[in-house]
Design a protein around this ligand. Structure first.
Ligand code: FAD
Length: 551
């Protein structure tokens, strides 16, 4: 990301671009999983009778939590998404091995919208929600239109493409899998992103066992077929490896005694450790546990090519030596990237120049900023971008003026003045090290709720803006910026053991955390129906084990 990309992307387009008046945008597609921004151009009073059209793209965590929390009858809502259901993604690894059934973790979006809106007062029941099963392929921000395409090829006679107008657009389309353009990945690897992916993985695992059990196969060929390679040692790859290990050892080995010694699970990670985003104690425990379980964790191993039968890796700890590993099934789980139409949209809305911030801060129009002016500008930036405050805290900086040390000498002297280039230097270090919010369901869901609350209070905040100062234009933004509240994270490690990292860096690993995991994930289900189904699936698995039929 180029210098100032953070400030550029976050500030610019949503502030004063004429075509983005009243555009409120939630975009959970950008790197760390959450970019929340809004435009605050002054808006005229709109009679309640004249409904504004809100178009929501996506029925994932962010889109659904927006829908659940919106209760302002001033809006009519149209949801556009290629899937007509919400999926509880944290349980996808459980679906890959049949611990939980696919239908237990999904809820039709029409149920979510209907149920939630009908629980409001009679006036609020008038919030209309329409759903179209299609994907957005292009956003025309200038004319406030989106171009959509139905992915059902069922004789729509050319009517599969349509255009939808909007007053406000909520972008909650999540992210793409990122293959880093590694040759052969798309053709030969499984991904674990959607419910269909999890179902396909489950079938393929069982398929591998059946194929390896056929007569006339050499021992070597059987070993290859029963070698499961997982690329990426992040939370998804680790949880899948653990689930697969449990499935194989608790269920499959019993049913396929002749080939049980040939099964191998390998986890390939380019970095030095798996679960590197977790506390070091969790990383160490996970690595030890996997070693004890016989899961081969290869760190410093970067996958450079995948063919139908072999994975080539570059051994970073071994002078870049290229190795090939035969495999039967590979799952690619190395991270996420921005969807192409969102990249196109971001290019359309442009980038902010730092000049707007500089101009606003330079109160006496001298062309330079005094330390005091810089301090005041940074206070406003901090209010608008709470991540900056976090950065300063993490880097143990006493105050914002510490940033100046990098840009210019001794900050204690009041006489020091900063020109625009030096302001850029001061901010560029922050920008290069600023961490985006993690790409988690927790972040996306909180963002959706935040945005719904903004819409619910739109009229009130238009009259009495409560947000930070505008760098372009006059006055304040309408809403306080989004602040993420971290509630902790889990890493299930198999064998009924889970690692939990809770707020305050409290770490708990073992069987007790597994029970905490069960209770949190049961309570976070989107409906009572899915909650009941998931709990029933867990109970069924405890009593009867997992089903190994290849259907
Ligand atoms: P998504 O939930 O991905 O939803 C995106 C929506 O947009 C979907 O409905 C999609 O169909 C739709 N869409 C896509 N393209 C278009 C288009 N062109 N037009 C219209 N709609 C479109 N997070 C946690 O916090 N804890 C966990 O334990 C956890 N485990 C995970 C396990 C797995 C296997 C995976 C894959 C993810 C996990 N996550 C977890 C991450 C979490 O799922 C994501 O961070 C979260 O789903 C992001 O929410 P979102 O709303 O931005 O996107």
């Amino acid at each position: 990301m180029t210098s100032f990309a953070f400030f550029q992307r976050l500030s610019k387009s949503f502030q004063d671009h004429p075509s983005h008046l009243k555009l409120i945008l939630l975009c959970t597609t950008v790197t760390g999983g959450g970019l929340l921004a809004y435009s605050d151009a002054a808006s005229s009073e709109v009679p309640v009778t004249e409904k504004k059209k809100v178009v929501v793209l996506g029925t994932g965590w962010a889109g659904t939590s927006f829908l659940k929390n919106l209760n302002n009858p001033r809006y009519e809502v149209q949801v556009v998404s290629p899937r007509n259901y919400f999926a509880f993604t944290p349980l996808l690894p459980s679906v890959t091995c049949g611990t939980v059934e696919a239908r237990s973790i999904v809820e039709p979006v029409r149920n979510i919208a209907k149920k939630d809106f009908s629980s409001f007062s009679s006036e609020q029941k008038e919030v209309d929600v329409l759903f179209s099963e299609a994907e957005c392929v292009k956003i025309d921000a200038e004319n406030r239109k989106i171009y959509c395409r139905s992915n059902m090829n069922n004789n729509l006679n050319g009517k599969e493409e349509f255009v939808v107008d909007y007053d406000y657009l909520i972008i909650a389309v999540g992210a793409n899998v990122n293959t880093f353009n590694t040759p052969g990945v798309v053709e030969n690897c499984h991904f674990l992103k959607e419910v269909e992916d999890a179902q396909k993985i489950r079938r393929t695992v069982i398929d591998c066992f059946e194929r390896a059990n056929l007569p006339n196969l050499s021992e070597e060929e059987k070993k290859r077929i029963l070698h499961f390679a997982i690329v990426g040692g992040g939370p998804t790859g680790v949880e899948f490896a653990a689930s697969l290990h449990d499935f194989v050892n608790e269920d499959m080995i019993r049913l396929y005694p002749g080939i049980k010694d040939l099964v191998k699970i390998t986890l390939l990670e380019a970095g030095d450790h798996i679960l590197s985003m977790f506390d070091k104690r969790i990383t160490a425990f996970a690595e030890d546990k996997f070693q004890r379980d016989g899961i081969d964790v290869k760190t410093g191993s970067m996958v450079v090519k995948v063919t139908d039968k072999e994975i080539s890796t570059k051994e970073l700890k071994n002078g870049g030596e290229i190795k090939t590993i035969p495999y039967g099934m590979a799952v690619w789980s190395t991270g996420i990237g921005t969807r192409p139409f969102i990249k196109d949209f971001m290019a359309q809305i442009g980038q902010e120049d730092i000049a707007a911030i500089f101009k606003k801060a330079d109160k006496n129009n001298s062309g330079t900023l005094t330390v005091k002016e810089f301090q005041e500008a940074m206070n406003d930036i901090c209010e608008r971008y709470p991540q900056l405050e976090l950065y300063l805290k993490n880097n143990q900086m006493r105050g914002i003026a510490d940033l100046l040390k990098e840009a210019k000498g001794d900050v204690k002297k009041e006489s020091i003045e900063l020109n625009i280039e030096e302001l850029k230097t001061a901010l560029s270090k922050v920008d290069s090290q600023m961490k985006f919010l993690p790409a988690t369901a927790q972040v996306a869901s909180q963002q959706g709720t935040y945005l719904a609350k903004c819409f619910n209070r739109m009229e009130e905040c238009e009259k009495n803006p409560e947000g930070p100062l505008r760098f372009r234009g006059e006055g304040r933004h309408r809403f306080k910026p989004f602040r993420y509240k971290h509630l902790g994270q889990f890493a299930p490690l198999g064998g009924e053991q889970t690692a939990a990292q809770l707020p305050g860096d409290w770490v708990s690993i073992g069987h007790s955390s597994q029970w905490l995991w069960y209770s949190v994930y049961a309570s976070k289900q989107v409906s009572w129906r899915t909650r009941a189904l998931v709990v029933t699936d867990w109970t069924r698995r405890f009593i009867f084990g997992r089903d190994s039929s290849r259907i």
